[in-house]
Write a protein that binds this ligand. Structure first.
Ligand code: AVJ
Length: 320
């Protein structure tokens, strides 16, 4: 299991995150340069994502929140009280309380790789739910997590909102869904957010807002590389791009070189030709069937699905 007391971030003698360096150096050595999306979320990136959730073009957060607000009676009926809610990620100050109010769980277990986010979110919730036992667990939920003994005998509800599953290619998503099943145990259920396929213009605008916040979010990755990995990427020569990949039903974020550039990272030389890109994120979109197929492949049977009024986003209840 992932929470056996080992340090979650492995740093070298200079304080450099070894996994970050390896992912960047390997990823920029591929023909199509690519860096895993998880590295977008340093403190600055997490703050920028928070800002994204409030911009007019970025509908997923509002659409999912709308479902959680309007369907509380149905959550209560279909999920019921007395479960331990296990949230994958440290939780949103808006969505998590809506779910907890609706179903009256017996415990809340947020899982996150960042102890700081985890404690902040748990403290926040403790104020709103003074009688709810909260057991934060600092863990990498991509691997099986050993849950606290206190919740061992409670049936679990996994909560994975935000369409974070959409950041993963199918193989990774299926592995995670199977791991979640192991973490959550017998008679578990899962409430998972999955964003829906829609008009390409709406999707591209959501990931390339007029105010340029998403561009800053993407460019922050290059800044982070420069800061943490002794990089010399000419950030001003890169442009943010959001493109719809129709074959794979996903929005891709890229950093596009505006001219031929050369730079160093951690003592290694790299070059990009004009218009060459670094692929920085996938955000897969689903329909009724593709979401069911993914869940089934991961060992979960969908039992109910909700969408917002405008039909942009889905929240799916599945059983193990
Ligand atoms: C945090 C994965 C849900 O894919 O919509 C937002 C990340 N990237 N704008 C998404 C994101 C650019 C977001 N998730």
């Amino acid at each position: 299991t992932s929470n056996t007391g080992l340090k979650l971030v492995d740093r070298d003698e200079d304080g450099v995150d070894r996994a970050f360096r390896a992912d960047v150096l390997d990823g920029l050595s591929e023909d199509q340069k690519a860096i895993p999306a998880r590295w977008l979320y340093d403190d600055a990136g997490s703050q920028l994502f928070e800002d994204i959730t409030r911009i007019p073009e970025y509908y997923p957060t509002r659409a999912e929140t709308e479902i959680l607000e309007r369907r509380s009676d149905e959550f209560a009926r279909l999920i019921g009280p007395g479960r331990a809610v296990v949230e994958f990620g440290s939780g949103s100050s808006v969505k998590t309380p809506l779910l907890l109010r609706a179903i009256e769980p017996a415990a809340y277990v947020p899982l996150d790789i960042s102890g700081d986010f985890l404690r902040a979110a748990a403290d926040d919730l403790a104020v709103k739910f003074p009688h709810l036992p909260i057991y934060p667990v600092e863990a990498d939920f991509m691997r099986k997590v050993a849950l606290p003994d206190d919740v061992a005998d409670l049936p679990k509800l996994g909560f994975f909102p935000g369409s974070t599953i959409g950041n993963m290619v199918a193989r990774t998503a299926v592995n995670l869904l199977r791991t979640m099943r192991e973490t959550l145990g017998e008679s578990a259920r899962l409430l998972i957010g999955m964003d829906l396929i829609k008009d390409q213009g709406v999707l591209e605008a959501a990931y390339d807002d007029a105010g340029g916040v998403t561009a800053q979010f993407n460019l922050n990755l290059a800044r982070r590389i420069n800061r943490e990995l002794a990089g010399t990427i000419p950030v001003d020569d890169l442009r943010h791009e959001a493109r719809w990949n129709d074959d794979f039903a996903r929005i891709e974020m890229h950093l596009v070189a505006q001219k031929d550039v050369e730079f160093e990272i951690a003592g290694r030389d790299f070059a990009m030709a004009k218009d060459e890109t670094i692929h920085t994120e996938n955000s897969h979109k689903f329909d009724r069937r593709s979401s069911a197929t993914l869940l089934l492949a991961g060992g979960w049977t969908p039992v109910h699905r909700w969408t917002d009024e405008a039909g942009r986003f889905s929240l799916i209840l599945a059983e193990a």
